[in-house]
Design a protein around this ligand. Structure first.
Ligand code: ADP
Ligand code: MG
Length: 246
Protein backbone atom coordinates (compact mmCIF):
# COMPACT_ATOMS: atom_id res chain seq x y z
CA UNK A 1 0.00 0.00 0.00
CA UNK A 2 1.57 3.32 -1.06
CA UNK A 3 1.67 6.10 1.52
CA UNK A 4 -0.95 8.14 -0.28
CA UNK A 5 -3.30 5.18 -0.27
CA UNK A 6 -3.63 5.26 3.50
CA UNK A 7 -6.64 7.30 4.53
CA UNK A 8 -6.46 6.65 8.27
CA UNK A 9 -3.39 5.78 10.30
CA UNK A 10 -3.69 5.14 14.04
CA UNK A 11 -0.38 4.55 15.77
CA UNK A 12 -0.15 2.99 19.23
CA UNK A 13 -3.33 4.52 20.60
CA UNK A 14 -3.99 4.37 24.30
CA UNK A 15 -7.11 5.77 25.87
CA UNK A 16 -7.84 6.01 29.56
CA UNK A 17 -11.06 7.15 31.18
CA UNK A 18 -9.85 7.74 34.71
CA UNK A 19 -8.63 4.37 35.90
CA UNK A 20 -10.25 2.56 33.00
CA UNK A 21 -7.80 1.55 30.28
CA UNK A 22 -10.14 1.44 27.29
CA UNK A 23 -7.74 1.26 24.31
CA UNK A 24 -4.45 -0.56 24.76
CA UNK A 25 -1.75 0.28 22.25
CA UNK A 26 -4.05 -0.06 19.26
CA UNK A 27 -2.56 0.44 15.81
CA UNK A 28 -4.71 0.43 12.73
CA UNK A 29 -4.42 1.56 9.13
CA UNK A 30 -7.38 2.00 6.80
CA UNK A 31 -6.69 2.25 3.11
CA UNK A 32 -8.32 4.78 0.81
CA UNK A 33 -11.62 3.29 -0.31
CA UNK A 34 -11.37 0.42 2.14
CA UNK A 35 -14.50 -0.88 3.90
CA UNK A 36 -13.56 -1.86 7.42
CA UNK A 37 -16.02 -3.51 9.78
CA UNK A 38 -15.32 -3.53 13.53
CA UNK A 39 -17.07 -6.05 15.72
CA UNK A 40 -16.68 -7.08 19.31
CA UNK A 41 -18.53 -7.31 22.61
CA UNK A 42 -20.11 -4.35 24.31
CA UNK A 43 -17.54 -2.30 26.21
CA UNK A 44 -14.58 -3.54 24.16
CA UNK A 45 -13.70 -0.02 22.97
CA UNK A 46 -15.20 0.04 19.47
CA UNK A 47 -16.94 3.40 19.86
CA UNK A 48 -13.95 4.96 21.56
CA UNK A 49 -11.69 3.79 18.74
CA UNK A 50 -13.93 5.06 15.97
CA UNK A 51 -14.40 8.38 17.81
CA UNK A 52 -10.63 8.83 17.94
CA UNK A 53 -10.68 8.99 14.12
CA UNK A 54 -12.54 12.31 14.13
CA UNK A 55 -11.17 13.43 17.49
CA UNK A 56 -14.48 13.21 19.35
CA UNK A 57 -12.24 11.31 21.75
CA UNK A 58 -8.69 12.47 22.27
CA UNK A 59 -6.26 9.57 22.68
CA UNK A 60 -4.25 9.58 25.90
CA UNK A 61 -1.26 8.52 23.83
CA UNK A 62 -0.46 7.81 20.19
CA UNK A 63 -1.04 9.49 16.86
CA UNK A 64 -3.97 9.65 14.48
CA UNK A 65 -3.36 10.75 10.91
CA UNK A 66 -6.31 11.32 8.61
CA UNK A 67 -5.72 11.90 4.91
CA UNK A 68 -2.17 12.99 5.64
CA UNK A 69 -3.01 15.35 8.51
CA UNK A 70 -2.09 14.44 12.07
CA UNK A 71 -5.15 15.43 14.09
CA UNK A 72 -3.49 14.50 17.36
CA UNK A 73 -0.80 17.12 16.73
CA UNK A 74 -0.67 20.31 18.80
CA UNK A 75 -2.91 22.92 17.13
CA UNK A 76 -4.05 20.49 14.47
CA UNK A 77 -6.83 21.78 12.19
CA UNK A 78 -9.35 19.45 13.82
CA UNK A 79 -12.46 21.19 12.54
CA UNK A 80 -11.18 21.18 8.98
CA UNK A 81 -10.32 17.48 9.12
CA UNK A 82 -13.71 16.72 10.67
CA UNK A 83 -15.41 18.25 7.66
CA UNK A 84 -14.03 15.43 5.57
CA UNK A 85 -15.38 12.79 7.94
CA UNK A 86 -19.07 11.95 8.07
CA UNK A 87 -20.38 10.15 11.11
CA UNK A 88 -23.61 8.28 11.69
CA UNK A 89 -24.51 7.23 15.22
CA UNK A 90 -26.85 4.74 16.76
CA UNK A 91 -29.17 7.60 17.69
CA UNK A 92 -29.93 9.58 14.58
CA UNK A 93 -29.18 12.99 16.10
CA UNK A 94 -31.18 14.96 13.56
CA UNK A 95 -32.13 18.57 14.29
CA UNK A 96 -35.75 18.15 15.27
CA UNK A 97 -36.80 21.74 14.74
CA UNK A 98 -35.43 21.72 11.17
CA UNK A 99 -36.90 20.11 8.08
CA UNK A 100 -35.16 17.21 6.42
CA UNK A 101 -33.81 19.51 3.72
CA UNK A 102 -32.55 22.00 6.31
CA UNK A 103 -30.88 19.15 8.18
CA UNK A 104 -28.88 18.42 5.05
CA UNK A 105 -28.00 21.97 4.06
CA UNK A 106 -27.13 23.53 7.40
CA UNK A 107 -23.56 22.29 7.77
CA UNK A 108 -22.43 22.77 4.15
CA UNK A 109 -23.73 26.37 4.23
CA UNK A 110 -22.40 27.29 7.69
CA UNK A 111 -19.16 25.33 7.80
CA UNK A 112 -18.09 25.16 4.18
CA UNK A 113 -19.63 28.34 2.81
CA UNK A 114 -21.55 26.48 0.12
CA UNK A 115 -24.25 28.59 -1.54
CA UNK A 116 -27.76 27.71 -0.35
CA UNK A 117 -29.00 26.80 -3.83
CA UNK A 118 -26.05 24.52 -4.40
CA UNK A 119 -26.41 22.88 -0.96
CA UNK A 120 -30.11 22.28 -1.67
CA UNK A 121 -29.42 20.83 -5.07
CA UNK A 122 -26.91 18.32 -3.75
CA UNK A 123 -29.18 17.63 -0.76
CA UNK A 124 -31.98 16.62 -3.10
CA UNK A 125 -29.57 14.35 -4.95
CA UNK A 126 -28.56 12.59 -1.74
CA UNK A 127 -32.14 12.37 -0.51
CA UNK A 128 -33.00 10.74 -3.80
CA UNK A 129 -30.10 8.36 -3.29
CA UNK A 130 -31.46 7.22 0.08
CA UNK A 131 -35.00 7.06 -1.31
CA UNK A 132 -36.40 10.06 0.57
CA UNK A 133 -36.64 12.83 -1.98
CA UNK A 134 -40.35 13.18 -1.25
CA UNK A 135 -39.63 13.84 2.45
CA UNK A 136 -37.48 16.95 1.96
CA UNK A 137 -39.95 19.29 3.60
CA UNK A 138 -41.15 17.25 6.53
CA UNK A 139 -39.74 17.25 10.05
CA UNK A 140 -37.79 14.29 11.46
CA UNK A 141 -40.58 13.44 13.90
CA UNK A 142 -42.78 12.63 10.91
CA UNK A 143 -40.38 9.90 9.79
CA UNK A 144 -39.81 6.31 10.91
CA UNK A 145 -36.54 5.40 12.61
CA UNK A 146 -35.20 3.82 9.43
CA UNK A 147 -36.10 6.91 7.44
CA UNK A 148 -34.46 9.15 10.03
CA UNK A 149 -31.27 7.13 9.87
CA UNK A 150 -31.28 7.36 6.06
CA UNK A 151 -31.64 11.13 6.42
CA UNK A 152 -28.68 11.11 8.81
CA UNK A 153 -26.63 9.28 6.19
CA UNK A 154 -27.69 11.72 3.45
CA UNK A 155 -26.88 14.62 5.76
CA UNK A 156 -23.36 13.31 6.32
CA UNK A 157 -22.90 12.75 2.59
CA UNK A 158 -23.97 16.30 1.76
CA UNK A 159 -20.69 17.44 3.34
CA UNK A 160 -18.92 15.40 0.64
CA UNK A 161 -16.79 13.47 3.12
CA UNK A 162 -13.85 11.28 2.17
CA UNK A 163 -14.55 8.99 5.10
CA UNK A 164 -17.80 7.73 6.58
CA UNK A 165 -17.86 6.41 10.13
CA UNK A 166 -20.85 4.37 11.28
CA UNK A 167 -21.25 3.43 14.94
CA UNK A 168 -23.90 0.73 15.23
CA UNK A 169 -26.22 2.59 12.86
CA UNK A 170 -28.97 -0.03 12.99
CA UNK A 171 -28.86 -0.96 16.66
CA UNK A 172 -31.64 1.38 17.70
CA UNK A 173 -33.96 0.40 14.85
CA UNK A 174 -36.94 -1.86 14.82
CA UNK A 175 -36.02 -5.09 13.00
CA UNK A 176 -38.10 -4.34 9.93
CA UNK A 177 -36.19 -1.10 9.34
CA UNK A 178 -32.68 -2.46 9.59
CA UNK A 179 -32.40 -3.70 6.03
CA UNK A 180 -33.35 -0.41 4.37
CA UNK A 181 -30.47 1.28 6.19
CA UNK A 182 -28.02 -1.53 5.43
CA UNK A 183 -29.05 -1.35 1.76
CA UNK A 184 -28.19 2.36 1.64
CA UNK A 185 -24.84 1.65 3.29
CA UNK A 186 -24.08 -1.18 0.90
CA UNK A 187 -24.90 1.10 -2.03
CA UNK A 188 -22.54 3.70 -0.64
CA UNK A 189 -19.81 1.10 -0.24
CA UNK A 190 -19.87 0.55 -3.99
CA UNK A 191 -18.78 4.12 -4.59
CA UNK A 192 -15.18 4.23 -3.44
CA UNK A 193 -15.65 6.15 -0.18
CA UNK A 194 -13.59 4.97 2.81
CA UNK A 195 -15.91 3.38 5.38
CA UNK A 196 -15.39 2.29 8.97
CA UNK A 197 -18.45 0.54 10.36
CA UNK A 198 -19.09 -0.77 13.85
CA UNK A 199 -21.90 -3.26 13.47
CA UNK A 200 -23.16 -6.62 14.57
CA UNK A 201 -24.90 -7.17 11.25
CA UNK A 202 -22.86 -10.09 10.00
CA UNK A 203 -24.67 -10.31 6.67
CA UNK A 204 -23.62 -6.75 5.95
CA UNK A 205 -20.04 -7.46 7.03
CA UNK A 206 -19.86 -10.49 4.74
CA UNK A 207 -21.32 -8.57 1.83
CA UNK A 208 -19.41 -5.31 2.15
CA UNK A 209 -16.28 -5.59 4.30
CA UNK A 210 -12.81 -5.76 2.80
CA UNK A 211 -11.56 -6.52 6.29
CA UNK A 212 -13.12 -7.36 9.63
CA UNK A 213 -11.55 -6.44 12.95
CA UNK A 214 -12.51 -8.12 16.19
CA UNK A 215 -11.96 -6.06 19.33
CA UNK A 216 -11.97 -7.32 22.88
CA UNK A 217 -11.01 -5.48 26.06
CA UNK A 218 -9.40 -2.55 24.28
CA UNK A 219 -7.34 -4.55 21.82
CA UNK A 220 -7.63 -5.72 18.25
CA UNK A 221 -7.58 -9.43 18.85
CA UNK A 222 -8.02 -10.62 15.33
CA UNK A 223 -8.42 -9.28 11.81
CA UNK A 224 -8.80 -10.62 8.33
CA UNK A 225 -11.12 -11.04 5.40
CA UNK A 226 -14.77 -11.73 6.25
CA UNK A 227 -14.38 -15.24 4.81
CA UNK A 228 -11.50 -15.97 7.14
CA UNK A 229 -13.05 -14.34 10.16
CA UNK A 230 -16.49 -15.88 9.95
CA UNK A 231 -15.41 -19.38 9.01
CA UNK A 232 -12.14 -19.77 10.81
CA UNK A 233 -11.47 -17.32 13.65
CA UNK A 234 -8.33 -18.13 15.57
CA UNK A 235 -9.11 -16.79 19.02
CA UNK A 236 -11.45 -18.49 21.41
CA UNK A 237 -12.96 -15.16 22.39
CA UNK A 238 -13.78 -14.45 18.74
CA UNK A 239 -15.31 -17.91 18.37
CA UNK A 240 -17.36 -17.40 21.50
CA UNK A 241 -18.56 -14.01 20.30
CA UNK A 242 -19.55 -15.36 16.90
CA UNK A 243 -21.37 -18.31 18.43
CA UNK A 244 -23.54 -15.85 20.33
CA UNK A 245 -24.49 -13.58 17.47
CA UNK A 246 -24.63 -15.81 14.39
P1 ADP B 1 -18.09 -0.35 22.81
O1 ADP B 1 -18.41 0.70 21.80
O2 ADP B 1 -17.23 -1.45 22.27
O3 ADP B 1 -19.29 -0.89 23.52
P2 ADP B 1 -16.94 1.87 24.27
O4 ADP B 1 -15.80 2.37 23.46
O5 ADP B 1 -18.20 2.62 24.23
O6 ADP B 1 -17.18 0.33 23.94
O7 ADP B 1 -16.51 1.79 25.80
C1 ADP B 1 -15.35 1.13 26.23
C2 ADP B 1 -15.25 1.29 27.73
O8 ADP B 1 -15.02 2.65 28.04
C3 ADP B 1 -16.49 0.89 28.49
O9 ADP B 1 -16.10 0.31 29.69
C4 ADP B 1 -17.18 2.22 28.74
O10 ADP B 1 -17.97 2.17 29.88
C5 ADP B 1 -16.03 3.15 28.90
N1 ADP B 1 -16.31 4.54 28.47
C6 ADP B 1 -16.66 4.93 27.24
N2 ADP B 1 -16.82 6.27 27.16
C7 ADP B 1 -16.55 6.73 28.43
C8 ADP B 1 -16.53 8.03 29.02
N3 ADP B 1 -16.82 9.13 28.30
N4 ADP B 1 -16.21 8.11 30.32
C9 ADP B 1 -15.90 7.03 31.04
N5 ADP B 1 -15.90 5.77 30.56
C10 ADP B 1 -16.22 5.62 29.26
MG1 MG C 1 -20.24 1.38 21.12
Amino acid sequence: MAADEKMIIMESIDKHFGHLHVLKDVSLTVGTGEKLVIIGPSGSGKSTLIRCINHLEKPSKGRVIVDGVEITAHKAPVNKVRQSIGMVFQQFNLYHHKTVLENLTLAPILLKGVAKSEAEESAMMYLDRVGLKNKANVYPSQLSGGQQQRVAIARALNMRPKIMLFDEPTSALDPEMIQEVLDVMAGLAGEGITMVVVTHEMGFAKQVADRVIFMDEGEILEQGSPEHFFTNPEHDRAKLFLSKIL
